[in-house]
Design a binder for this molecule. Sequence first.
Ligand code: ZN
Length: 141
Amino acid sequence: MFRSVSAAKSALGDTWAWPNFQISELACRCGGRFCDGAYWHAPGFLNRLQALRDSCGQALIITSAHRCPQWNAAVGGAPMSRHKTIAVDILLSRQERQQLRMLAEAIGFTGIGLARRFLHLDLRPRPAVWYYPGSFDLWQT
Ligand SMILES: [Zn+2]
């Protein structure tokens, strides 16, 4: 865990191995309200995220990744949300949603949340797939 993007960059910059992702897009987005852009470093998670990017061949737009505890609460995140360590919400725009979900499962993401506008991915000991309110019908096709 790093307190800020700049602290993470100076510590990890030379060894950053995930070409399609930046620390700034994976850090807390509270904008300085509660933290200085806290960043949770998890190479195994990043390896899977990069593998997903390589497999789908399209940019993955991350709308939320690490959240400091206060920001997680402010945006209505579950108290035990994996966003408090590392998880990503990927915007569903250009991607074909079922393909992205299948690739994510094949790559080894074990927490898969299916929303209307985003795909949530995390790693957890017991695999889980869930729908967000109003998303079920969308994911049946
Ligand atoms: Zn924050």
